[in-house]
Design a protein around this ligand. Structure first.
Ligand SMILES: [Zn+2]
Ligand SMILES: [Zn+2]
Length: 242
């Protein structure tokens, strides 16, 4: 984005804060200091304390340490954290960020995510890497939602946010209608580390918008660990249900 575009955006956001309307029901917000009205705030499935120790997915029964998926599958990351479950409202939030270009919502929710990360007993994070889009896709959309979320996270986690180190080398079809196996195949070899020296021995936080089957985070985790990273955490806004 050019400096001119950024200035335009800052002006637009200060003159017309998109917080003026509830993201979900479009009701005018008067007292709320959040992107949602009081009613919709309660409809979003915010993830509480009872979570899978590995992926951060909500564990309704709360008596197992790991969710079914993490119990049976090996993941290429250490631990993950998510803000809300990918329910109907969760999907609407993600769509508003991605397809309506609500970058401010991405950053505001990223800020909340950063505050949540701070409560975890994680190792010191050396760098934050947003999951990249393929340059073609990013040109189409005009921005990368993961980058905006990561910008929000840096309000609480002051590690450097690094662009163009983890890169997307293959443009893959949309994952939406694919099964877990198909997604894994679809995303395989889609990422690469541009300068391996920079990741050796580093603890890295990966940032993405959604974690469903985990194939994207897993594939990114794999190239980072293969490149010599010490530990990979991830943070997403939304995560699937079991
Ligand atoms: Zn609402
Ligand atoms: Zn899990």
């Amino acid at each position: 984005m050019s400096t001119f575009d950024e200035i335009k955006e800052i002006l637009r956001e200060s003159l017309f804060p998109s917080d003026g309307q509830c993201v979900l029901c479009k009701r005018l917000l008067i007292f709320e200091r959040s992107p949602f009205c009081f009613y919709c705030m309660g409809k979003v499935h915010w993830i509480g304390e009872s979570v899978c120790e590995k992926c951060g997915k909500e564990e309704i029964y709360g008596h197992t340490r790991l969710c079914l998926d993490c119990n049976y599958n090996i993941h290429n990351y250490h631990q993950g954290i998510a803000l809300f479950t990918y329910t109907r409202e969760g999907k609407k939030i993600i769509q508003d960020i991605k397809f309506q270009g609500n970058k401010k919502l991405g950053r505001d929710l990223g800020d909340k995510l950063g505050q949540k990360i701070k409560t975890k007993n994680w190792d010191e994070i050396h760098m934050i890497l947003p999951v990249p889009l393929h340059p073609n896709r990013e040109r189409e959309r005009g921005f990368n939602q993961s980058w905006e979320i990561a910008r929000g996270i840096t309000k609480s986690i002051s590690s450097p946010l690094v662009n163009n180190l983890l890169i997307r080398v293959r443009d893959t079809p949309h994952q939406t209608d694919l099964t877990k196996r198909e997604r894994e195949r679809n995303i395989k070899n889609a990422f690469s580390v541009k300068d391996q020296q920079l990741v050796v021995g580093k603890t890295i936080l990966l940032v993405d918008d959604v974690y469903t089957t985990g194939s994207t985070i897993n594939e990114c985790g794999k190239v980072l660990m293969d490149g010599g990273a010490e530990k990979v955490y991830f943070a997403v806004l939304a995560i699937g249900q079991r």
